[in-house]
Design a protein around this ligand. Sequence first.
Ligand code: EPU
Length: 423
Amino acid sequence: MEKLVIEGGKQLFGEVNISGAKNAALPLIAACLLAPGVHVLHNVPELRDTKTILRLLESLGLTWEREGDTLKIDGTGLRHSEASYDLVKTMRASVLVLGPLLARLGRAKVSLPGGCAIGARPINFHLMGFEQLGVTCDIKNGYVDARIDGRMQGSTVYFDIPSVTGTENLLMAAVLAKGTTIIKNAAKEPEIGNLIDMLIAMGADIEGRDSDRLTIHGVEKLTAAESRIIPDRIEAGTYAIAVGATGGDAVIKNCNPSHLPSLLEKLRLAGIGVDISEKSIRITSPENKKSIQPVDITTMPYPGYPTDLQAQFMALMSMSNGLSVINETIFENRFMHVAELQRMGASIKVDGRIAMVKGLGGNRLTGAQVMATDLRASSSLVIAGLAATGRTDISRIYHLERGYEDMVGKLTGLGATVWKENE
Ligand code: EPU
């Protein structure tokens, strides 16, 4: 297994290019199951998770080829309807094949993902939505066995909580259903807008993009189309926080600043300079490197503060001038990074879903051996390591590789001293 080694204490300067969004690429790749023909996707990041979903599509009978960041996926050969435990256990987003398989084959057998490091993460909303469209879902031997004779029938579905992949799964089911489906309290994340654009390009009829009420008029068939993955707002946010935490000055390029409304505001409140243009964000640090202000955050569905940037902001707050309160409302167990940040000298107390972070003021975190527990927790340890004095060794970096394209290359380009080593 590989670990990441960081010699901390260098300010980040220069420019970094943002890749396509993991959480948009996964549903868009799954959507290729919906129609025969060659789908073309641009700006696809090369990540462990995108490789996993492509392996899954292959196991269902599809073929694909990659040239640079363009993927061509041929949806013609779809013949299997089962996603095995081996693939689903490494990536929960594998459940995204449920909707398209039901729409095209009327049958989907997908291993239940089970719990994961950040919480229980059930898929009951997905299944409830399919059942409303007439699907029978049984859970047997660890698998969801979902089936329907003929086409699904449009209906109204209400989500108790706006679920991102739940909304995506139901969209992909409803586009080929008979009649109209309305999704109430739908999630509004930009990745869902990206999926809706692709589905419309394929011939789907969807109203309400970017709102919490989506109306889908089912069509009889879809055709392959060409789409572009939006920039990864979580990757952009991670680098923005890293630049601020190291007292640097850098431009985050090829991103969409309008997808990061809450983070950019919180960075400004923390005293970090944020200059946005159409496709980039310049981050500058306060003159006095010790003056990061404490700021509270509460994670919320979009456009609220994203849970996927909570751990990284906590690393920044552990260096602030005072006390900040971090409230994680989305996942019940997303504070696994706290114990690791504490090993680097951070002062954090957790009470349920609240973390109280007492910033170190003028003092720095200190490098340590730490362990990555999930994707975003790992990136918070990277930020802490970059800002700390001395050497930090982060083990289990396969978590990082699930969602950050070429992180070592990008950080090196910003002037960090960082490399991979065998453990
Ligand atoms: N929930 C249920 N039942 C369901 C679905 C969700 O109770 O059937 C609950 C979840 O347990 C959670 C809340 O609803 O408390 C919201 O979860 P959501 O379904 O929105 O999460 P997700 O779709 O499984 C996606 C991202 C996550 C991101 C969350 C929240 C993808 C592939 N994954 O997960 O990304 O944290 O939305 O924004 O889009 C990551 O990239 O590191 C990551 C974990």
